[in-house]
Structures are given as structure tokens and as C-alpha cells.
Design a protein around this ligand. Structure first.
Ligand code: G4P
Length: 557
């Protein structure tokens, strides 16, 4: 831990290099998420990574926590025991000399906004593809988000123990649909009942798969030279096919280049079977060897808003900074405290440290941050860039909020997306309208749903990306705020945040369109369009007004 006198509170706004320890600690960090379409094997892979990383002792620990993927009722039941989902949202463990932070992303597509935000907090991602199904809808969406920040992606093609699709075809599909070059690192020898193992293209080794004899620590038998020839004699057809395919792959120039991977242009590809512990250690090794440690992040310095100057904040700067990317209500409904998931971007966290809350300008003491070990919550003693700390608060912290030791800055790239679904909450008991508004505002700040206050109507409008969000909010309103409300579909097609560089023109627009305007949680002006035609007419009629389909968290437009 560094000497507290290294970072005086009156540090200037200029970047100040941290001590060597910060740089060393940052270099050890790997922070990533696993992305996949439901059922491809994300939970299984997570569990095996934790098992081999020594973070859990027994398979089944994570699986037991997995929220119901299909039934709403299951999901709500699990979500009620909120402590569980809090604990499994971030998992930290050490592997070799590295400190690995694995961030969970919600499996259900209705919570994709939450997933997008989690992806803003990682430095790399592992993409799991079901070898029988290839690229699926949710993977396409998630990869688009990764591309926004050029996040490096490691690909794991799973379920090779089954009769699956031709591996060349799957790779082709990844390249054409996801628009990312593939660099196979391992290549399957056979599949299903005839799955013999994988050939490691870089090491010229065969990793042997022996069904039913997999080791609990994920180690596999490695064959070289004459040992490979002996195995080939027993399954020449599978070997010949592998040779032909790898020749083709090599001929196509798809060899691995670290720089292309780090730029998010090329993905190293591994084949395996998560459930059989096969190919999982190679993913961990790739994370350690190739995935980047925390990188510099762009931040706007000084005043809030898009016009401030920006600079890259290096992870080993002495000044502690970071941002909130997720808020989760805590498990105890009697104390409405929340946990803010905070990604450290620079400096060092130490218990009890004083920081400034960028949005409000107030000073805060972070005394009780928690680190999320795989199966328990424990007090955090220190944290560095790449680490996620959980900060208890009573609603002071919102998504996108920055905490900083000295320099005032705002991190970019934590978006709100224009919702596709809109509802109005109708109270069964009209006397509860105050509680309803309070509940909706708080849930809106938490990011569970987007809340809009129409300019000419007092009924709050709710916007969501997925239907399940409404159901969760309805449930939480009842459980946490004692409000019995039903949601009715509102006849709105989409929303756009509006800005205009001319105040008089904007005022004219607001006057003419007030029936269709609302304010979001941060008081930004939003245009609610009944249909597509209505939106394009408004855009045509008011050419100086800008209509945005995303906006950044913590930023007033
Ligand atoms: P998800 O989190 O991406 O939704 O997927 P999950 O890990 O839950 O895996 C989905 C299903 O695929 C599970 O079967 C799991 O056992 C299976 N699976 C995962 N990896 C492999 C693999 O390498 N080979 C094979 N053959 N199957 C695999 P399930 O029947 O839904 O659940 P369970 O009864 O097995 O727990």
C-alpha cells in the first residue's frame, strides 16, 4: 500500500504519476466479462474459471445462483434474494500473479441496458459461442457494444463434445456476421463422440480429450512429437480433417497478432467443452498473457457537459478516480441502501478515504467499500485501476457518477439508450401517488427503468428496453415502496433527447411541441414520438434541433 502522503488532497488538476506500486498493481489486473447468447455456456464457463482460479471449491456454486432465464417468476424469486445477485455480479480472484475481476452480465436480453453498462467497465471480454448454433442474436448485440470501445475479445467455441457444426463454417459466420477477424489458437480434432482433443496451432501440441477422465483442476494431457503420431494412428480421419482445415486457416493468413487483438480487430479462438473442463485453462492463460491490463480512459476535464476539454487518464496516476456503472438495491428492504458498483480508473483506494462527488461537488468518505470475492463479501483493504468496489449509499450515487480525489472530471461512454417500450403507471390506491413518484424516481436513478416527466402532465412515463424491466419495477414498487400499481402501455413509439445551440429557437420548439416533451431524471429534454412518421416530421420541421438516440450518464445535455 502506498504512503498516504503520496497523494496530498490539494493535488493540482494535472496528472500526477503514482508511485511504482500503483503501476505494478495495475499491471497485474485483468478485468473482463463473459458475453454469450443464453444457453451457450456462460454460467458453466464462469464456474469453471472460478474453480480453476481457486475462488470456489465446488462446481455448482454459481449454477445454483443462476437466475431463471425463461420464467419471469423464477427471475423475480431470485431477485428477491437480492444479496445473491449482488454477490455474484463481480467476482475477484487471483490466478498466477494476476488479480482477475470477472463481471457478470445479465443473461436475459430484457436487461441489455444493464449489460451495456457492465461492458463499459471491462478491459476485455470472452465470447462464448455454442458450436452447434453458431452466432446468435444476443451475441450480435453484445459484440456491437464491445465494438464501441474496441474491447479485445477472446472467443471460446463451446460444446465440442456434441455433434456440432463444421468449425470452418462457424468461424466464417463469426467473421461475416460479427465483423471480427478470427485467429484460431486451437483447432478441434473430431467432435461429439469422436472428439479427440484440440491441436494448439502456436505450440504445435495436441491437448487430449478423454471423456469421463477429465481432471477436476482442468489440466489436460499434452502430447508432442511422437505421442501425437501414436494418437493419430488411432483416429486418422479426424486428424486428416484437422490438418486440412488448419492448412486452410493458415493459408488464409489468420494467424494471431497481439496488436490486432488489443485493437479489437482480431479474436483468438479456442475450441473446447466447458462442462468437461476442457479448454478452460487456455482461456485463463490467454487472459493473463494477452488481455490488456487497465488502459487509459478518456475523461472530460472541468465543467460538466460535452464541450469541456478531454484528456486520457492513465491508470497509474496517483489521483484516485473512477465511475459508477451499476446500482443495485441492497438485500435489506428495511434500510433502503444501495450498492454502487464502482470501477476504479486510477490511483489507489484505501478504506476511509475522502473523495469528491463530481455531480454534486460534495465530499464523501468511502469507509465501507466491499470487494466481491466469488462466494462472499469481505471488506476491501485496497483497490487499484481495474478493480470493482461496492459502495453502500442511500441514493447519493447514480450511474455514471464520478468520484475523484482531486481533479474534477467525467468519464465518457456510459450511455442511456432510447427506450422502445413505454408505459404509464396507474395506481390502484390513488392516495399513494407520492410514494409512487418517489419509487419511480429512485428506480430510475438506479437504472432499473427510465423515467420521464411530461411537461404538461403529472403522470410519470416509464421507458424500457425489455418488457421484463416493467415487471421487475412493478414488483419492486410493491415490495419496497408499498405501492400497488399496474402498468398500461403508452402509445409512444420512441424517444429522442433534444438539444439546440440556439436558446430562442429551442424555446420556440418547446412551446410548439410541449405536448410531446418530457424531462428525464437529469432534467434533459426528451421528445416522445407517437410513431416514426411523427418523428421524421418533427426533425424536418425543426432542422436546428438535434434529436439524439443515446445520451451519456451523468451528463446534462
Ligand atoms: P448460459 O449461462 O450461457 O445460459 O449457459 P449454461 O452454462 O447454463 O449452459 C447451458 C446448457 O448447456 C446447460 O445444460 C449446460 O450444462 C450445457 N453445457 C454447457 N457447456 C457444455 C458443454 O461443453 N457441452 C455440453 N454438452 N453441454 C454444455 P442444461 O441442460 O440447460 O442445464 P444442466 O441441467 O446441465 O445444468
Amino acid at each position: 500500500m502506498s504512503d498516504p502522503t503520496d497523494t496530498p488532497p490539494e493535488a493540482t488538476t494535472e496528472a500526477k504519476a503514482g508511485d511504482g506500486n500503483i503501476a505494478r498493481q495495475v499491471g497485474r489486473r485483468r478485468t473482463f466479462a463473459i458475453i454469450s447468447h443464453p444457453d451457450a455456456g456462460k454460467t458453466t464457463l464462469t464456474e469453471k474459471l472460478l474453480l480453476f482460479g481457486g475462488a470456489i471449491q465446488m462446481a455448482g456454486t454459481v449454477k445454483a445462483r443462476k437466475s431463471g432465464r425463461h420464467a419471469t417468476s423464477d427471475w423475480l424469486e431470485v431477485e428477491k434474494q437480492r444479496g445473491i445477485s449482488v454477490a455474484s455480479s463481480v467476482m475477484q480472484f487471483t490466478y498466477g500473479d494476476c488479480v482477475i475481476n470477472l463481471l457478470d452480465t445479465p443473461g436475459h436480453q430484457d436487461f441489455s441496458e444493464d449489460t451495456y453498462r457492465v461492458l463499459t467497465a471491462v478491459d476485455a471480454a470472452v465470447m462464448v459461442v455454442d458450436a452447434a448454433k453458431g452466432v446468435e442474436a444476443q451475441t450480435i448485440k453484445l459484440l456491437e457494444v464491445c465494438r464501441l470501445r474496441n474491447t479485445p475479445i477472446i472467443t471460446f467455441i463451446n460444446k465440442m463434445d456434441r455433434e456440432v457444426r463444421d468449425p470452418l463454417e462457424v468461424l466464417d459466420e463469426i467473421e461475416s456476421v460479427l465483423k471480427i477477424h478470427c485467429a484460431p489458437v486451437t483447432w478441434p480434432i473430431g467432435m461429439g463422440k469422436r472428439f479427440v482433443g484440440v491441436y494448439h496451432l502456436l505450440n504445435d501440441e495436441v491437448m487430449r480429450f478423454t471423456p469421463g477422465e477429465e481432471r477436476a483442476d482442468g489440466e489436460v494431457e499434452i502430447l508432442r512429437g511422437a505421442e501425437i503420431d501414436r494418437l493419430r494412428a488411432t483416429c486418422s480421419q479426424e486428424f486428416d480433417q484437422m490438418r486440412d482445415e488448419t492448412e486452410l486457416v493458415k493459408g488464409a493468413g489468420a494467424s494471431f497478432h497481439l496488436e490486432d487483438f488489443l485493437k479489437g480487430k482480431q479474436s483468438p479462438v479456442f475450441f473446447g467443452s466447458g462442462i468437461n473442463n476442457f479448454g478452460v485453462r487456455e482461456i485463463l492463460q490467454a487472459l493473463i498473457d494477452w488481455a490488456p491490463p487497465p488502459q487509459p480512459r478518456e475523461a472530460i476535464v472541468g465543467n460538466l457537459g460535452a464541450n469541456g476539454e478531454s484528456r486520457m487518464v492513465a491508470p497509474d496516476e496517483a489521483n484516485f478516480t473512477g465511475f459508477v456503472f451499476k446500482i443495485q438495491a441492497n438485500m435489506d428492504p428495511n434500510h433502503r441502501d444501495r450498492i454502487a458498483f464502482f470501477r476504479v480508473c486510477s490511483g489507489e483506494y484505501t478504506p476511509g478515504m475522502k473523495v469528491k462527488h463530481r455531480r454534486t461537488g460534495k465530499e464523501m468518505k468511502i469507509a465501507n467499500a466491499v470487494v466481491f470475492m466469488a462466494n462472499e463479501r469481505s471488506r476491501m483493504d485496497d483497490a487499484f485501476a481495474g478493480d470493482i468496489i461496492g459502495i453502500h449509499n442511500h441514493g447519493q450515487l447514480q450511474i455514471g457518477d464520478v468520484l475523484t480525489e482531486s481533479e474534477m472530471l467525467t468519464y465518457k461512454g456510459i450511455p442511456y439508450f432510447a427506450p422502445d417500450l413505454f408505459s404509464r403507471a396507474r395506481l390502484r390506491d390513488p392516495l399513494k401517488s407520492k410514494q409512487l413518484n418517489k419509487g419511480l424516481r429512485e428506480l430510475g436513478e438506479e437504472g432499473a427503468i427510465q423515467v420521464f416527466a411530461p411537461l404538461v402532465d403529472s403522470t410519470l412515463l416509464l421507458g424500457a428496453v425489455g418488457q421484463l424491466q416493467f415487471e421487475v419495477v412493478e414488483h419492486r414498487l410493491k415490495a419496497e415502496y408499498g405501492v400497488d400499481a399496474v402498468f398500461e402501455r403508452a402509445g409512444i413509439h420512441t424517444a429522442r433527447w433534444v438539444t439546440c445551440d440556439n436558446a430562442a429557437h429551442l424555446a420556440e420548439f418547446v412551446k410548439a411541441q410541449q405536448q410531446r416533451l418530457a424531462r428525464d431524471v437529469d432534467e434533459n429534454l426528451v421528445y416522445l414520438a407517437d410513431n416514426r412518421v411523427n418523428l421524421s416530421l418533427a426533425m424536418e420541421r425543426w432542422p436546428r434541433v438535434k434529436f439524439h438516440n443515446t445520451r451519456e450518464h451523468g451528463q446534462t445535455l
